[in-house]
Design a protein around this ligand. Structure first.
Ligand SMILES: *[C@@H]1O[C@H](CO)[C@@H](O)[C@H](O)[C@H]1NC(C)=O
Ligand SMILES: *[C@@H]1O[C@H](CO)[C@@H](O)[C@H](O)[C@H]1NC(C)=O
Ligand SMILES: *[C@@H]1O[C@H](CO)[C@@H](O)[C@H](O)[C@H]1NC(C)=O
Length: 525
């Protein structure tokens, strides 16, 4: 940490030079004449063509004499860091910053909108997220340097020229991120802007930065293009919170600046000549967030428990969930008094249903971000309590549970076709929840197979064996021997056979008969 700080200081001179060059970036607020208000979508909702356009436009901003347009964004983030992390401007400053970047991408290709990364969906095994695919953001670094994907050969120039850095914090894995339920309870509990900002910024926002390592864990984090999608999701959470309960929180901005002054809508978002009040409404900035509903088919799984199926469905359906009460109780509980934590290690990948809690954020990262360490530890405790409460609910399967995740399912399904013993072990682990979960898994496999044969480019190949794996049609077993990869049809029929044998549930028409309120009908919601 000390060495890094020294490097930051040493690079200050360069930084100032670049900032002057960046003056063309620091314009005034939008003329507010949106041709139309356009959707930012989750990156999994984009076609391959749209994902490629996004990547190509970023690469174009990275080209040319140094400092490139891209370098200028990184230097602005660095220069503005003191008031934009750990203080009121965290949300509005990053909102404006992203919008400026988006407009630059649109000058290259007008069709582009920044996609967001709903990492709650990936929270239980973030390294399996297709965001790390070779044709998108690339995977983990080798010796700290990203070598796969479109940015594998790129050398960011700021603060000094080097490779794009990424170092997963658990070796080839990433520690768990915040689950949809945790985000949900944060939003529902936050009655002030201050609380919403504090609880979202740390730990949920912070763990993505610190776990990815490399550039992301520094104040020049925009060097990693994942930054934009991560912060688009953070912006979405603020947007969702603003509009909760008919916009009850819309104009709330009751927080503090780093000079202890109370935050005001007239505060300037330095170095931009824009006021906080100018960016309160995403629609005035010409965009909105389209909900991400990843688990359409297995919605049935949770139909009896209120129907929550994704972060966005939880938002849309409001206080009808029976789990909300439990969550609130967990939130209010004294963590120290709860000796019953059902703790899943955050790097465990064998548990398919129960949730993991994020590990505590590194103190160095907290200090760099002006965080009150005592306060963050208290919030981390409460969030662990929420996970604990969820794990003790008999019939609830989180939308983030590994058993409902594309990437994890693919790994699992292919293992099943090789190892019948695996399913038995899985059943022993998850007990009564497995039947629902398996039925949902099966339906999703079918959906995936259908959509990928209909639209070859519409769904992205998930990373199967984790970062660095190739998308070739063979897999390497633990013995190192190449085996043919089972086709979707083989996976599905193997799944079908095993699920039916295990549960006695008929799956021939795609509807588990023993779970009355579940099935495809419910998926239409
Ligand atoms: C940090 O947070 C704790 C607990 O919320 C509080 O008691 C303490 O005063 C805070 N410290 C600072 C320096 O703000
Ligand atoms: C699908 O991808 C292939 C290669 O990646 C490309 O040649 C083809 O044009 C794409 N099709 C569509 C419909 O985008
Ligand atoms: C996939 O498998 C087929 C035969 O099973 C083989 O001919 C082909 O080269 C393989 N493709 C790749 C990319 O490995």
């Amino acid at each position: 940490m000390k060495a890094q700080l020294f490097r930051f200081t040493a690079s200050l001179t360069i930084v100032c030079g670049i900032l002057w060059d960046a003056s063309s970036l620091i314009g005034s607020a939008d003329a507010q004449a949106c041709g139309r208000v356009r959707a930012r979508r989750e990156f999994r909702m984009l076609s391959q063509h749209e994902r490629t356009s996004f990547v190509n436009a970023i690469r174009q901003l990275q080209r040319g004499p140094s400092p490139t347009r891209y370098d200028q964004y990184v230097s602005i983030h660095w220069n503005a860091r003191e008031n934009t992390h750990g203080y009121a401007q965290f949300f509005p400053w990053h909102r404006h910053f992203l919008r400026e970047f988006e407009k630059d991408l649109q000058r290259i290709d007008p069709s582009i909108m920044i996609p967001y990364w709903d990492w709650t969906y990936d929270s239980q095994s973030p390294e399996l997220s297709p965001i790390f695919a070779d044709n998108f953001m690339g995977g983990n670094g080798w010796n700290g340097c990203v070598r796969t994907g479109p940015f594998g050969q790129w050398s960011p120039a700021f603060p000094r020229r080097k490779c794009l850095g990424r170092t997963f914090d658990r070796g080839d894995r990433l520690s768990a991120y915040a689950s949809p339920e945790q985000i949900m309870i944060i939003m529902r509990s936050a009655d002030t802007y201050h609380d919403m900002r504090v609880w979202t910024e740390t730990p949920p926002h912070g763990i993505i930065h610190s776990s990815l390592g490399g550039d992301m864990e520094t104040m020049y984090s925009p060097n990693d293009p994942i930054f934009w999608m991560h912060h688009a999701f953070i912006d979405k959470l603020w947007d969702n919170w603003q509009r909760l309960g008919d916009g009850r929180n819309f104009w709330r901005y009751d927080d503090e600046n780093n000079d202890d002054s109370p935050s005001m809508l007239s505060d300037m978002l330095w170095p931009f000549e824009v006021q906080v009040g100018d960016v309160m409404d995403s629609r005035r900035l010409c965009y909105y967030y389209e909900p991400f509903l990843p688990n359409r088919a297995p919605l049935a799984m949770n139909a009896e428990n209120g129907g929550t199926n994704s972060w966005d469905m939880a938002m849309a359906n409001g206080p009808a969930f029976d789990w909300t009460q439990s969550m609130e109780a967990a939130w209010a509980a004294d963590p120290a008094a709860n000796g019953m934590l059902l703790t899943i290690p955050d790097d465990d990948r064998s548990e398919m249903v129960a949730l993991r809690a994020s590990k505590p954020l590194p103190e160095a990262w907290l200090r760099m971000n002006h965080q009150n360490v005592t306060q963050v530890r208290a919030i981390e405790s409460k969030l662990r309590n929420v996970v604990d409460r969820i794990n003790h609910m008999e019939h609830y399967v989180s939308p983030a549970a590994l058993i409902r995740h594309d990437g994890a399912l693919n790994v699992m399904a292919r293992q099943w076709t090789r190892s019948p013993a695996l399913l038995e072990r899985l059943t022993a682990t998850v007990g009564g929840k497995v039947e629902h979960a398996l039925a949902g898994a099966l339906l999703r496999q079918e959906d995936m197979a259908t959509s990928s044969s209909a639209q070859p480019n519409a769904s992205m190949a998930p990373t199967h064996e984790g970062p660095g794996s190739s998308a070739a049609n063979t897999t390497t077993s633990s013995s190192g021997k190449k085996q043919p990869r089972p086709s979707s049809a083989q996976i599905i029929s193997a799944l079908r056979e095993r699920v039916e044998a295990m549960t006695g549930v008929s799956l021939t028409d795609g509807t588990p008969t023993r779970t009355s309120s579940s099935g495809r009908q419910a998926a239409a919601v």
